[in-house]
Design a binder for this molecule. Structure first.
Ligand code: ADP
Ligand code: ZN
Ligand code: ZN
Length: 759
């Protein structure tokens, strides 16, 4: 074969490291998706290669062959301009399909086609100046002499040399244009003159997008005796365990222990990855870690733009100054070289799992595999461990370290259930705000203390209903009712995002009797404003935090006591550290307890414990009012008594009894199609074939609660696989069944994906 010439070198060094490729392969195989899907999630788009077809004129073409009119047209525009893309040729020549003519030009030897491949990343550059050549001292004094009459130029060169002198006269000394103009107080024209005279030289200099701050760093805090003990135990556990669970109640100082461990890793010359479940949490944590570690910290998540993400990637590949990456789940894909420690903060959070699109990976579990590739350690931290993690810790697979006191002897809050069933029956409670909760709120506000209200539903009302005929509006594309958003005066589908206007009367019976049902955060905000007109109320949910700034402002205003009542969805439960909140209200505990999922009770316990953890001030016990129709529910008792062990006991028994994780591994097979009978029959067929291999480990197919989303009908099949079974074997067997079903070509149009370890 003919050896082709290298046209250009794309990357000076490989962009993906061998350790990463190995990790990508594991993700693709374990989470049952393609390597392409993994690379798409892993690589910043700006580092992906784009190919473009260009048509070139052959410079050596001298032949006398004749052209058709269209070929001639193309030949001439190519000789006029640079190489062109086919689409450009079509635009200039008005030939609707230029491909055949280009091909015949190529056949006649007049042109050739080349695929040009490039990546889209562009470094940010600024103009800088340096000396045009390596002048000797005599030459320089002669130049200064000659510039005597050009005062401004002389001044400029003088300042340039002075700055160079201050920097210790390095031979390749340069300075950014902006800075030079500033220091010398001259215009750009003066710079141009010196460049024309061959004294200074301008060039484009690559600058970072992340301007470094030089704030003075705070020292690492001294640990309390309890924290010291936990820190030593963690280190000790790491001697023979790869993964350690740090189970510390809210505000026990887990972050202070992380900071210690990060410093230790840096001292050993290792890199640290600090994973948080949500982008919204990174702001507070960034401030906290930056104040200790300064510019050794980099932040990475999907809200960064392409070039920013590419720059962090490149800098991890080529530089050594970044020691800690703080990020959301996608940060596990960064090109680490000396990873020593991964911290997974709030490890119980389900948002470590990516839902859509593939790879549907769980960053917590994947980080254990990633760390193993590097011989690194993993610290899982939380006040409410996931059942799976705690099980692993009790079984001895993970180390277990416990912190059971809050910092500064602040007590855990008192959790008091409010029996809504009873209050409603006695007609004392008319809205979602019970009188006892309102009273406590009023008292807290009169003492200049703050209140957090938690309701896990955004929008104004989850349901509109016609009082006359019971009609409720539904989404055209999904099988769900629409949520009413009063502020925007619309109804929104929370599954597909479709927006509908609110009908002025019922479309079924034509009576104007549409009424709101239920409470979303927006309605609660309105209600609190009515009931407590003097309070400054703010709402934090997806709708009020579309921009990153908005989120930060809500937090900052609450921290500064500018706002008194914070109303929000699960966003208010996470990691926020406020010190003047004395009352927390959980408005509807039952909606969480009654959710149809085997993890519902676990989530309810975690969520309510975390929200409660926001209450409590120095020297004063906080109060949590928990509104429920079932005050005796066991989960509520566990929350009241801060009884994690008791809670765990009930859950682990149920998990074993009903064959759920950690005893079994779940694989969900999701099928979607526009045609309901098609998806039905394929799901049925697939279920039958799977059963021949997996027997009673197959559940379904079932119609999920929301059985149609974005006009696609959905069916699900669940596999419960014993832990001992090898994932790759299981995958092979499922693949065989899948291939068998696909022999029937009518199923090719059905969308099918696997969700391994679904959350
Ligand atoms: P957790 O991460 O367990 O919820 P934090 O680390 O956020 O707890 O600690 C709660 C609060 O107590 C923070 O404001 C933190 O700065 C403070 N704190 C914890 N430990 C110490 C310590 N050893 N010295 C000073 N302040 C501490
Ligand atoms: Zn009606
Ligand atoms: Zn919809």
């Amino acid at each position: 074969t003919e050896i082709k010439e290298i046209i250009s070198v794309l990357d000076k060094y490989p962009i993906v490291l061998p350790e990463q490729l190995q990790f990508w392969e594991w993700i693709a195989s374990y989470y049952m998706c393609t390597l392409g899907e993994v690379s798409k999630a892993a690589l910043p788009a700006a580092l992906k290669l784009e190919s473009e077809t260009h048509v070139f004129l052959d410079p050596e073409f001298e032949s006398q062959v004749s052209f058709t009119p269209n070929e001639e047209k193309i030949f001439y525009i190519l000789s006029d301009t640079k190489p062109l893309r086919i689409s450009e040729i079509e635009k200039i020549t008005h030939i609707s399909n230029a491909i055949p003519y280009v091909k015949s030009l190529v056949d006649k030897g007049a042109a050739y086609i080349s695929e040009r491949v490039k990546n889209k990343y562009s470094a940010k550059t600024e103009t800088a100046y340096r000396l045009a050549k390596d002048f000797s001292d005599e030459e320089l004094s002669q130049i200064l002499d000659e510039l005597k009459r050009a005062k401004k130029q002389l001044q400029l060169l003088y300042i340039f040399l002075e700055l160079r002198h201050e920097a210790g006269n390095p031979p390749d000394f340069y300075i950014l244009k902006k800075q030079l103009m500033d220091e010398a107080a001259v215009t750009a024209a003066v710079l141009d003159s010196l460049e024309e005279k061959g004294i200074l030289n301008s060039f484009r200099f690559e600058v970072g997008r992340f301007n470094s701050i030089d704030a003075t760093l705070k020292p690492i805090k001294d640990l309390t005796p309890d924290q010291s003990k936990a820190y030593n135990e963690t280190n000790h556990a790491f001697t023979d365990k790869q993964v350690v669970l740090l189970h510390g109640i809210t505000s026990s100082g887990k972050t202070e222990i992380y900071i210690r461990l990060i410093q230790d890793a840096i001292d050993r010359g290792e890199q640290v990855l600090y994973l948080l479940p949500e982008i919204s949490l990174t702001a507070q944590m960034t401030d906290r870690l930056k104040s200790v570690f300064g510019n050794q910290l980099m932040v990475y998540h999907s809200k960064f733009n392409d070039n920013e993400r590419a720059e962090i990637w490149q800098s991890l590949l080529t530089k050594d100054d970044c020691k800690i990456v703080l990020g959301a789940r996608s940060a596990i894909f960064l090109p680490f070289r000396k990873l020593g420690l991964i911290i997974v903060d709030e490890e119980h959070e389900s948002s470590f799992k990516q839902q859509d699109p593939a790879p549907r990976y769980n960053a917590k579990n994947a980080s254990i595999v990633l760390a193993a590739n590097f011989g690194a350690k993993v610290l899982l931290g939380t006040a409410t461990p996931s059942i799976e993690t705690y099980y692993n810790a009790l079984e001895g697979r993970f180390g277990l370290v416990t912190l059971s006191k809050r910092y500064a002897e602040i007590e855990l809050p008192e959790v008091v259930p409010v029996n809504t069933k009873d209050l409603r029956r006695r007609k004392i409670m008319k809205t979602i705000l019970s009188p006892p909760l309102l009273d406590e709120m009023k008292e807290a506000l009169s003492r200049k203390e703050q209140v957090i209200l938690f309701q896990n539903r955004r929008g104004f009302a989850p349901l509109l209903e016609c009082k006359t005929c019971s009609w409720t509006p539904k989404c055209e594309h999904c099988d769900v009712s629409l949520t009413y958003h009063k502020g925007q005066r619309v109804m929104i589908c929370h599954y597909c995002g479709a927006v509908y206007s609110v009908p002025s009367q019922c479309p079924e019976c034509q009576t104007p009797t549409l009424d709101v049902q239920g409470y979303g955060t927006e309605r609660i905000e309105e209600l609190v404003t009515e009931q407590l007109p003097e309070a400054n109320v703010v709402r934090m949910d997806l709708d009020t935090t579309r921009s990153k700034r908005a989120y930060e402002r809500i937090i900052a205003d609450f921290e500064l006591n500018i706002t008194n009542v914070l109303i929000g969805t699960q966003m208010v439960s996470k990691g926020l550290d406020f010190d003047n909140v004395s009352v927390v209200g959980i408005l509807n505990a039952d909606s969480m307890l009654n959710y149809p999922d085997f993890r519902a009770h676990e989530r309810a316990f975690q969520l309510m414990t975390q929200v409660s953890g926001r209450a409590g001030r120095k020297n004063k016990r906080g109060l949590v009012l928990l509104q429920t129709a079932h005050p005796g529910h066991p989960i509520i008792s566990f929350i009241r008594n801060n009884d994690y062990a008791g809670f765990y006991e009930t859950q682990i028994n149920e998990r074993q009894l009903f064959r759920y994780p950690p005893f079994y591994r779940l694989i969900e097979i999701v099928l979607k199609a526009k045609d309901e009978s098609l998806v039905d029959s394929m799901a049925g067929e697939f279920g039958r074939i799977l059963r021949q291999t997996f027997n009673d480990r197959v559940l379904g197919p079932v119609k999920p609660t929301v059985a149609r989303i974005q006009s696609l009908y959905i069916r699900k099949i669940l596999l419960k696989i014993e832990n001992q079974a090898s994932p790759s074997k299981v995958r092979e067997m499922i693949d065989l069944c899948h291939k068998y079903v696909l022999q029937n070509s009518k199923y090719k149009s059905v969308l099918l994906y696997y969700d391994v370890d679904p959350m």
